[in-house]
Design a protein around this ligand. Sequence first.
Ligand code: KG4
Ligand code: ZN
Length: 352
Amino acid sequence: MQETLILAIDTSCDDTSASVVRGGRRILTDVVSGQGRIHAVYGGIVPELASRSHVEMITPVVREALEGAGVPVAELSAVAVCHGPGLIGSLIVGCAFAKSFSYACGLPLIGVNHLEGHIWSANLLEEGPPPLPFISLVVSGGHTALYRVDGPCEIFELGKTRDDAAGEAYDKAARLLGLGFPGGPAIDGLAGAGDPKRVKFPRAYMPDSLDFSFSGLKTAVANYVRSNASGHGAGMVVEDVCAGFQSAVVDVLVEKIKRAMAREGVSTVALGGGVAANGGLRHALAALGEATGVNVIIPPKKLCTDNAAMIGAAAHVLLMRAETDGQNVNKNQNLDLNPKAYLPVSYNRSGL
Ligand code: KG4
Ligand code: ZN
């Protein structure tokens, strides 16, 4: 097979994104149109507004990605689109566009799981793809899970959140603190100016488990705010609350990564998902790498938050695998939409 040239699209949540990726590794363009300002006033994503904005933005965003890449459509090898998990109204826009575009241009259409996109974003790093096997922590607004990645389509779930995702906890804590939406960057920014030891929040380590739980932490923040914020914030230093909250989240994520690497005997870990843009987490993992010699792969922040380049990287992996297996990944006629799509290639090993 010639080097692939993939037009990739992601509209799973509140970012309209299109990218052209060469050979599954080289990003020619990665255009992301965020909707932060539309949702900020509501303190969270309003699905109906998200899908309407995708309808407005999908054509200009795809056009910008194609024109910026400077490649004629005739040279594309496939169109890839995220078909779940995500908000149904948002997914429909990207999928409908990708279906029509691929049909009109006679190109194969590849449906990509959003989580698989976050996992394979590690292939887009300048230093090249991570050595196999590696542990992947996908930590975003909708998901928090650990995977063992043995190869293309060999992705095994080791643990996942039993309640809130880490990003969800960030967004809810920020809301309680009146910091707006999205909460992750706001808390991250203030945490640096606070003392992480002054306000102690619980850590759900759960012995012998690689699962996560963040709902207790969220409740602890709510209780703390209720008892300390009366009298115009008297007694509450927001920076310290942010620092205490962030260190609780980061401690748990780092501990679970260490456990997963030890249990699986794997010495490489790669991060993905919006919370992987967090300064505290990036710093703690870099320190872990320095202290223990494990290989820590931390993608640039732009590749952590939602983007279409990661969908292109995952689609390339699927194409390569399909070629090896003699399968046809082109689901041009009836790409399934599945807002709760789970990694189709994984199975749960947490009970082993
Ligand atoms: O991966 P993503 O862009 O979308 C989903 O697939 O969910 O992740 C969005 C999440 C939001 O919850 C946002 O608050 C969080 O990532 N986030 C952060 C940071 N930047 C984004 N959380 C902590 N620190 C950050 N710097
Ligand atoms: Zn995501």
